[in-house]
Design a protein around this ligand. Structure first.
Ligand code: LLP
Length: 413
């Protein structure tokens, strides 16, 4: 079982501080540590010393304005996938010229907003999308910088829901289809081929597939540079974390091969890390409501539900879970489940847990990425509050939703 002291290194605060926060702001409660996020960002930055690069934090992993603002102050760029994420980045003080816009389904309005803001690059994923981008750029008299997302047909060793690099996935285009688009747009006044991108998946712990994808794509990059003034190579995100043990996964093995291949190229490397920046910096605090023994199984029923953290239900994800104050006695196997009326509403099954009682607090670790950002109001549950620790000091960065918040947008008959 992870100890709170070990956890402290990840910056989640002491047991007493977390108890105080739970009392003050209620549970379920997301708690993040800014120093851990900043350290992860700097680790990327430092490992890329010596080659031109821009770290574009993947907003989808955690879109809280306070965190985006902190990253913007470090000089970060951002990877966005919607007009909503663009609005958040701008609101948080992010620089549009450091934003890349990814995604297979950008709408006309989203393109217009991104052109207006002046984003660095559109990562385009299909011929009709590129045609619409050209039309919008022409209509607005603003040239659009773009890159095509290439699908390298490389399998990423991860959960099938978050693997993106095979031709059967909806993402990107084959190298030959990409080449055809770059050639077609050579003469366009409104489209500027400034980059090329790929992203093979998420929660990847083996550095080889990323390097393999790069090596596979480099001949296309060299070929394109004979006629297109490419400046950026965007290798996406995807670096995983060690959910089972909470050990730090160094980024160097992932970045060293990229550095080696790009060193002399003159290209600027764009990286889109999400999980590796936020996950280990956050935990979800939840209170035990009931202990239920039934048919030889013990259920620890907590006040967080899969509307708060859907990763176990959605990706069979493992999150370490521990009581803030472990009680004496033998650990036993339990199911840790939420209050929602779905069998998938669980955080762990047959997990060894130290003895707990109703009222105890549990920490669900490594919940800083794709935790709150994937949360919902299912079962009319107000979404959790979010607290940020910085140098040990706590600040509320999103208040808990109220029932009135949830009903405010609806019209009664
Ligand atoms: N760039 C692109 C184009 C992406 O699609 C993603 C993630 C990222 C960057 C950031 O990837 P990261 O560094 O975070 O692995 N909800 C899932 C993960 C979905 C990832 C979607 N795309 C989860 O909770 O595991």
């Amino acid at each position: 079982m992870p100890q709170i002291s070990a956890q402290k290194k990840q910056g989640a605060g002491s047991a007493r501080q977390l108890e105080n926060l739970a009392r003050r702001y209620g549970t379920p409660l997301y708690v993040y540590d800014w120093n851990t996020i900043a350290a992860a960002w700097r680790e990327f930055d430092q490992e890329l010393t010596g080659i031109p690069h821009l770290i574009c934090a993947a907003v989808k992993a955690n879109a809280n304005l306070a965190l985006l603002g902190g990253l913007a102050r470090l000089g970060s760029g951002f990877d966005i996938v919607s007009g909503g994420e663009l609005a958040r980045v701008l609101q948080a003080g992010g620089v549009a010229g450091r934003v890349v816009f990814s995604g297979v389904g950008k709408t006309r309005d989203e393109m217009d907003a991104a052109l207006q803001a002046g984003v660095l690059l559109f990562n385009v994923e299909s011929a009709p999308e590129l045609a619409l981008l050209e039309a919008r750029a022409r209509a607005r008299r603003r040239p659009a910088g773009f890159g095509i997302r290439v699908n390298p047909n490389i399998a990423a060793p991860t959960h099938p829901h978050i693997a993106t690099g095979l031709h059967r996935h909806k993402f990107g285009l084959t190298a030959s289809a990409a080449l055809a688009l770059y050639e077609q747009t050579r003469a366009s006044r409104w489209l500027q081929a400034r980059g090329l991108s790929f992203h093979i998946g998420s929660q990847i712990l083996d550095s080889k597939p990323l390097a393999a994808a790069l090596v596979k794509i480099l001949p296309l990059v060299h070929h394109l540079r004979q006629f297109a003034p490419l400046e950026y190579l965007d290798v996406g995100g995807g670096i995983g974390i060690d959910y089972r043990h909470g050990r730090a996964v160094p980024v160097r093995p992932f970045l060293a091969p990229l550095k080696k291949h790009l060193q002399a190229s003159g290209l600027t490397l764009l990286l889109e890390p999400g999980r590796r920046l936020f996950a280990a910096a956050g935990l979800l605090l939840t209170r035990v409501l009931y202990i239920k023994d039934n048919a030889r199984r013990r259920f620890v029923i907590v006040d967080a539900g899969h509307n708060d953290l859907i990763r176990p239900a959605f990706y069979d994800a493992y999150h370490r879970i521990a009581p803030l104050r472990p009680r004496a006695g033998a650990a036993r196997r339990v199911d840790i489940v939420g209050p929602i009326c779905e069998t998938a509403d669980f955080f762990a099954r047959e997990r060894r847990l130290a003895p707990v009682r109703a009222g105890d607090l549990l920490a669900i670790y490594d919940a800083g990425a794709y935790g709150f950002s994937l949360s919902s109001n299912y079962n009319a549950r107000p979404r959790a509050a979010e607290v940020l620790l910085e140098n040990g000091r706590a600040r509320l960065i999103r208040r808990r939703e109220t029932h009135a918040d949830l009903m405010a947008l609806e019209m009664e008959l």
